[in-house]
Design a protein around this ligand. Structure first.
Ligand SMILES: [Zn+2]
Ligand SMILES: [Zn+2]
Length: 336
């Protein structure tokens, strides 16, 4: 039995749609019949072998589909055949014994896999994944529309909820793309007052529709004073990969404010230690979340109508979906 998959056959190559054998689940894993897979910037890591992945490799870590076959030892009640499940960046296989696992930090366990990097991901009709990577998907949620919650969604929701900022504080979302358009919705629906920060004014109207209370154009002189005049900003989620934005955003923060870095910059950033000490400010990185955090993300999104904006592509259009990621408004998703 064979299936269609979009695969990077070699480093720096294009995706090729090929026929491959349908994979068999190993003990402790399940097979998923994929219905949708979101396209993420991190899929380029696979293309360039940036995290040491092997080739050929099928990318994709925002996967939703139905459990199709259980590997040996997988609990049938929890992950029964036909159940809708998701797999995100956290690809399972946490050891349960190391210091990180004891602290419940599955994402940081050295044994943990990344879906689509350590094993073939969701740009395919079928894939297999360890049972601890699976996220139960609520029945009412559409696979194509909700797939981006498995990476973009959990990254903003889980990073923000762990900052211990209290509603209804004033918070900022910098960058209005795949992560930012979800961050505005999550922060607003968690009860916060939200400033959207972006360069130019082309996205102003959209940020208001997503629920932002204020919009500040960061390309304008005096934008820092404008942010400060709104109030004391307690947290800014940095979702656009511009290292040069960091010093200004640090200035925008109020006392005890936190700058949470969610975008991978290509170069180091500058930060004023005086600004940090003077305002008791901090700069924090955050690594997405595990399958339990993704489950919370889905439940919150369902209960509060947080909805990713998506454009759907066929598997044959996988290159178009990936290469067009920077123009996407806002998340490209491959529909099987
Ligand atoms: Zn991702
Ligand atoms: Zn571990």
């Amino acid at each position: 039995m064979s299936m269609k998959a979009a695969v990077f056959k070699e480093k720096n190559g294009k995706l090729e749609v090929v026929q491959m054998p349908i994979p068999e689940p190993q003990p402790g894993w399940v097979r998923i019949k994929v219905e949708a897979c979101g396209v993420c910037h991190s899929d380029f890591f696979v293309k360039y072998g940036g995290m040491g992945n092997k080739f050929p490799r099928v990318p994709g870590h925002e996967v939703i589909g139905k459990v199709d076959k259980l590997g040996q030892g997988v609990n049938n009640e929890e992950y029964g055949i036909g159940k809708m499940v998701g797999v995100g960046w956290f690809g399972g296989n946490h050891c349960g014994k190391c210091e990180d696992c004891k602290e419940n930090e599955w994402v940081h366990c050295k044994e943990s896999y990344v879906c689509g990097i350590h094993y073939d991901g969701g740009y395919a009709e079928y894939m297999t994944a360890p049972a601890d990577s699976l996220v139960p998907i609520p029945d009412c949620m559409d696979p194509v529309e909700s797939a981006p919650l498995l990476c973009a969604g959990v990254t903003v929701f889980n990073s923000f909820r762990n900052q211990k900022v209290k509603a209804p504080a004033l918070v900022g979302v910098q960058g209005i793309g795949g992560l930012g358009h979800l961050a505005i919705q999550f922060c607003k629906k968690m009860g916060f007052e939200v400033i959207a920060l972006s360069s130019g004014n082309s996205k102003e109207q959209l940020t208001k529709e997503l629920g932002a209370h204020y919009y500040v154009d960061t390309s304008k002189d005096g934008y820092i004073d404008k942010v400060k005049s709104i109030g004391s900003v307690k947290c800014i989620l940095v979702t656009a990969p511009f290292a040069s934005a960091v010093p200004g955003l640090l200035e925008c923060l109020g006392t005890n404010g936190k700058l949470v870095i969610l975008a991978a910059f290509n170069e180091p950033f500058n930060a004023s230690s005086i600004a940090m000490i003077g305002g008791s400010k901090s700069i924090i990185g955050w690594a997405s979340g595990d399958s339990r955090d993704s489950s919370d993300t889905f439940n919150f999104a369902r209960n509060n109508q947080v909805r990713p904006m998506v454009k759907s592509f066929t598997l044959e259009e996988a290159n178009e979906a990936l290469d067009g990621i920077n123009n996407a408004r806002f998340r490209n998703v491959i529909k099987m």
